[in-house]
Design a protein around this ligand. Sequence first.
Ligand code: ADP
Length: 636
Amino acid sequence: MTADVKKETLGFQTEAKQLLHLMIHSLYSNKEIFMRELISNASDAIDKLRFAALADDALLEGQGEYAIQIDLDKKANTITISDNGIGMNRDEVIENLGTIAKSGTASFLESLTGDERKDSQLIGQFGVGFYSGFIVADRVKVHTRKAGEEADAGVLWESCGEAEFSIESSARQTRGTSITLFLKKGCEEFADDFRVRSVIKKYSDHISVPVMMLKPPAPSAEGDDTVDTDIELEAVNEASALWMRGRTEVKSDEYKAFYKHVSHDYEDPLTWSHNKVEGKLEYTSLLYIPAKAPFDLWNREMSRGLKLYVQRTFIMDDAEQFLPLYLRFIKGVVDSNDLSLNVSREILQQDPAVESMRNALTKRVLDMLGKMAKAKKGNDYATFWKQFGTVLKEGPAEDTTNQVKIAKLLRFSTTHTDLEEQDQSLEDYVGRLQEKQEKIYYVVAESFNTAKKSPHLEVFRKKGIEVLLLSDRVDDWLMNHLREFDGKQFQDVARGALELAGDSEEEKEAQEALSKESEALVERVSKVLETKVSEVRATARLTDSAACLVVGDFDMGSQMRRIMEAAGQEMPESKPILEINPAHPLAEMLDQEPDEDRFESLANIIFDQATLVEGGQLDDPADYVSRMNQLLMSMR
Ligand code: ADP
């Protein structure tokens, strides 16, 4: 065995260095969290070993009792956190403690503002982990050895948390990791027995591994001068898997602390649901809804899924098979009695038991959200919607079985409030339907403002019919999959011919008369715009605008088209329908224009403007500008 004894000094990866620096400064006001992070890592390391030992019990080296130990040294002003978990080899130490492997780290760092309060929240969302030790220590020493290897495979890592760290071989008899923090001035409290015990109780009661500390010496009886030299350790935490305890036995603070352990989140969750299922399948689940979206919610490689245990034994993180993609923000634990201990991701994908657990867990989450939405207590649901609404909007397409449940959870901006805040439910909308209204109307645009000011809304506003205002990127996708709600079909106001059930006979007659009168104009415009539009027709949907674009009943919506094109997809050509408001002065002017060139120019301008108001791009902007300028010049 040729152990590498030489000491090396290596630099931290740039991102790691930046993060270290930021973290130390912005989290100092909440410095005790380093205990939670390091104990959490120790417990994860033990879980990993427990799992690996299922296949190879030699890894236990004859010592199958798992524990975390905390040693304090007041004189040296240090605290040491040790575990007998999986440990690390040299390469793993360099990789795990010298770099940040998370995808999206660079963009995360860019998002920091320099404002300490905001940054500390962001860093919390990112997850602080091992580096949090440097909040309280100006030097950190890690002594570790991988389970199952020889004593001389031990590694010593040391750093002052600035630019570099050193690494060297250093024998270690027992497997696992010890982390010694040399406490900074002002952080002496973390070498104090009483203080440390209370922090452990606060953050680590739920951890299933015992956290051991030296028993404080009993005050000696008077006259008794024998010194008790026995070193006695005692567990400071409850040390039972929290999810196995009864719901009534677990305090709300314990649930919150456990959430932080499983999610690496810094904030409290919005709510949770803890259930034990018995019967054909037996499992326990504890599901949390976070209050904040993780910084990488839109990153494809974002870690998602639950922590999977089989009969209390940790099996894997991020078991994504237990929830659909549109619920990827849910954190928590599922502990099954039916799965085998050597279950793999591949097996999970095919196991029918997993499939039925997934269905049940999905319902559970949707019910939890439904309850939160109904509670109207505080702003929890509004908070949830702001953070995760766009993810939930993927639901109706992915999960048709639960479409109705999901639809009830959706929130919209509508012309009822005209506010950008999405706070109206479909039930609210349906409750306000006009007498003969049979459809749920909506408009989709690039931005809220474009939607709100869409010319297609004019007649709806005039008649007081409410329209949903949609402007999120997923909205076209969502509306393609939502067919109806409460027996009412959805109708895109920019699609197809306008037909309002509430129209009176007179209105219908007036409209027919209108299209008769404007036949000649429509004919003339159609000729000029032949290559650009599929049809020109007169409309009664406009009151203030001269014209608008409409898509055919079976054509792709314009927002969807733009997204697909932006993604590099080739789209079949599809021309919009131009609808003209014959009562508009511009249309009248057009109708009376004797000069064909001027007519053509004006018709083109009207078409281009109809494209612009819906947030579209002109095919030939220069042409538009030159026509406009000619028109402006003619005013001289
Ligand atoms: P995270 O836990 O979010 O991955 P950390 O910065 O806390 O990030 O830790 C980085 C990695 O270092 C962990 O993923 C783990 O592989 C390793 N590690 C940290 N602490 C320990 C430990 N006590 N025992 C074994 N490995 C550890």
